[in-house]
Design a protein around this ligand. Structure first.
Ligand code: ATP
Ligand code: MG
Length: 397
């Protein structure tokens, strides 16, 4: 029996009742069943998962041209973001709608799909990855479930639609999605058939673009519980992670108040090196920078150079405490003591400015910045003890 409360939740869902969403439905003949919302929004509403995304996926019988035309007539912003696959992105207020024409993938080489439009809803459902991702809702919040996915959704069974081996051969990224969704919606309990299939595919994943893999991994690293999933990824040969790192990931997530992406990135970088992590998952310089900052701050905290950590890495302190606690094996009490200390620490203020250097007769230019950096280093090394006069006395002009 389908849980009544879940179905009611869909009818009452704020994202569905949102006037912007209703406008999109109305524009695309939602009341005649020509357009339905699909995917994550439905799945997460049924299992009462909070969603931050304002983006909703729609499936429609209307052809892409027609979607563009109607949007144009109604003055709704429309972008042909993936028109070769039938996807148009519409924007109404803050609501972003990815509208994809019902399609069937008729040819796939593991990365790209050739698609054919005009097929029915069941075909559209069948080309999706997991049964829980092939659930649709009409504009009133009435569930439409052409391939019987709702029970899997409600029980947290992440199951491939059709033959898992075939579905992975069509698009190898599904291996990573299998792990991500089992962590987010499957209580890290892996479907047997899926597990056998990803194991088989493990040796053959190098062709997937690092961006796509990185995107899946990043979303996975943000979830509350992933340690068991990472272990399983390592066991099946999908991800090459050393045992001590896996253990640390487990310790971190058991102990951290709110496990998060960047702290986990820091643990990965510490073990694998920033170059490897960056290349494997195409991280941005900002992301790598943040992971490295957390590691450096954690090292300072472990060495009880608390002032220095507070001065140099103010934005990363709470993450750094959790990472330091993971490495050092601190108890909850030990961690609280550090947090308390950090709260009361008087963050020192660097006593020399560029103006001071100009006053000594230095000329404006890059030398000023370089010299300031050098003095700041000396000041930090002194444990913030050198005062303004002492620092100006070691100035190199
Ligand atoms: P999330 O909340 O993480 O965004 P989602 O289910 O919305 O979850 P998306 O990646 O946004 O995931 O994809 C939207 C929908 O498109 C999915 O629910 C699924 O039906 C389908 N889909 C996405 N990627 C694939 C894929 N690689 N293979 C098959 N179907 C896919
Ligand atoms: Mg989505």
């Amino acid at each position: 029996m389908i849980a009544k409360a879940a179905l009611q939740r869909l009818k009452d869902a704020p994202w569905l009742r949102d006037p912007a969403t209703q406008k999109i439905f109305a524009l695309l003949d939602g009341e005649r069943g020509k357009t339905r919302a699909v995917g994550g929004a439905i799945r997460d509403t049924l299992v009462d998962h909070e969603r931050e995304a304002t983006e909703i996926d729609f499936a429609t019988e209307l052809l892409p041209r027609e979607v563009m035309r109607r949007a144009g007539e109604a003055g709704v912003a429309a972008y042909p973001t993936g028109i070769e696959h039938g996807t148009i992105t519409l924007k109404v207020d803050d609501r972003v709608a990815e509208v994809t024409t019902l399609r069937e993938d008729i040819e796939t080489d593991g990365r790209h799909a050739v698609v054919r439009f005009g097929w029915g809803w069941t075909r559209d459902a069948e080309r999706r990855d997991f049964t829980m991702n092939a659930l649709y809702s009409d504009m009133e919040g009435e569930l439409f479930d052409p391939i019987n996915g709702v029970e899997d959704c409600l029980s947290g069974a992440v199951r491939f639609i059709g033959d898992a081996n075939k579905r992975i051969a069509e698009d190898k990224l599904r291996v990573y999605r299998f792990f991500r969704f089992t962590a987010s919606h499957g209580h890290e309990q892996f479907d047997e058939d899926g597990l056998v299939a990803v194991h088989k595919a493990a040796g053959d994943l190098h062709n997937i673009s690092a961006e796509r893999v990185g995107n899946e991994m990043r979303r996975m690293l943000a979830l509350p519980r992933i340690a068991r999933t990472l272990e399983t990824m390592a066991q099946t040969g999908v991800l090459n992670l050393p045992p001590d790192l896996l253990e640390r990931m487990g310790t971190y997530e058991r102990r951290a108040h709110k496990p998060n992406t960047m702290s986990r990135m820091a643990l990965l970088v510490q073990s694998l090196g920033s170059k490897t992590v960056k290349k494997r998952w195409r991280l941005s310089n900002d992301e790598i920078g943040a992971a490295e900052a957390i590691l450096l701050a954690a090292k300072l905290i472990t060495d009880f150079r608390i002032n220095e950590a507070a001065y140099r890495f103010p934005a990363h302190l709470s993450d750094a405490v959790e990472v330091a606690a993971t490495f050092a094996g601190w108890t909850e009490a030990g961690k609280s003591a550090i947090v308390e200390h950090l709260r009361t620490v008087d963050v020192p203020k660097f006593p020399v400015s560029g103006n001071d250097l100009l006053q000594t007769g230095m000329r404006p230019g890059p030398r000023i910045g370089a010299e300031l950096d050098r003095l700041e280093q000396k000041w930090i090394q002194s444990g913030f003890k050198l005062d303004r006069n002492a620092l100006l006395s070691i100035l190199q002009r």
